[in-house]
Design a protein around this ligand. Structure first.
Ligand code: ADE
Length: 229
């Protein structure tokens, strides 16, 4: 899976992607990451990438031209017939879900567009964007953290990336209920004991207990999810 990120802050993306499982995926050649600095495509002397909004209002709007040219440059690295989906991270997008992450993980490549300031000229969005995605109902200062969230959620679904420690065999269940509580050694810590059932060796009973705990948590914390179980 090939990620190309169009951003004003390429170091932010590279720094965060260069750790843990994502880095291992890069090292193993299962993932590729290409950061394109939108500012490099400014045609102005001062490398300007934003301007005042038509119609007035606060804040600046990112201009269409540098973004369009950065996108053209990104596409030029792919086969002419290959048109990767281009995802614009925006609080006005569709909320990201696990099933959307799964859908994205089936792509060979994704281009992610990070906005800043008060948004992006709508005309370049109409021209190049195939998907508008939000990572939640709150406003970030830019799309970079959202792009990293999306990349992380997608990359771990790419075959081979999770390796040994990862198995998402039960994720069709766990996507719709919250995780059950986990415990590790020692059996007593901070004056608290591991629930006896987990030491019983009775796998069927443990599975039932976990499922019950997951359902209880979901009922109290995220009842909205239970409609989908
Ligand atoms: N950019 C700013 N806020 C965002 C959000 N919540 N999701 C995606 N992109 C964003």
């Amino acid at each position: 899976m090939d990620f190309t990120v169009l951003t004003l802050f390429p170091e932010m993306i590279c720094a965060a992607a260069n750790h843990s499982i994502f880095k291992r995926g890069l090292d193993q050649g299962l993932l590729r990451l290409n950061c394109v600095d939108i500012r490099d495509f400014s045609t102005s002397k001062h490398r300007q990438v934003d301007d005042y909004p038509y119609g007035g209002g606060l804040g600046m709007v990112m201009m269409a031209q540098p973004i369009y040219d950065a996108h053209q440059h990104a596409l030029s690295t792919y086969h002419a017939m290959h048109k990767p989906r281009t995802v614009y991270l925006t609080p006005a997008g569709k909320p990201l879900t696990q099933s959307m992450a799964t859908d994205f993980s089936h792509e060979d490549s994704l281009v992610l567009l990070c906005g800043h300031y008060e948004g992006i000229d709508e005309r370049v969005i109409e021209e190049i964007v195939t998907d508008e995605i939000s990572i939640g109902d709150y406003i970030l200062t830019g799309g970079e953290l959202a792009a990293l969230v999306l990349m992380d959620a997608v990359a771990r679904l790419v075959p081979g990336v999770l390796g040994k420690e990862g198995s998402f065999a039960d994720e069709s269940f766990s996507a719709n209920v919250l995780e059950y509580p986990k415990y590790t050694r020692p059996p007593q810590v901070l004056g608290r004991a591991v629930p006896d059932i987990l030491l019983s060796g009775n796998h069927k009973a443990i599975e039932n207990w976990r499922r019950e705990q997951a359902l209880q948590r979901t009922k109290s914390r995220r009842p909205d999810l239970l409609g989908n179980v």
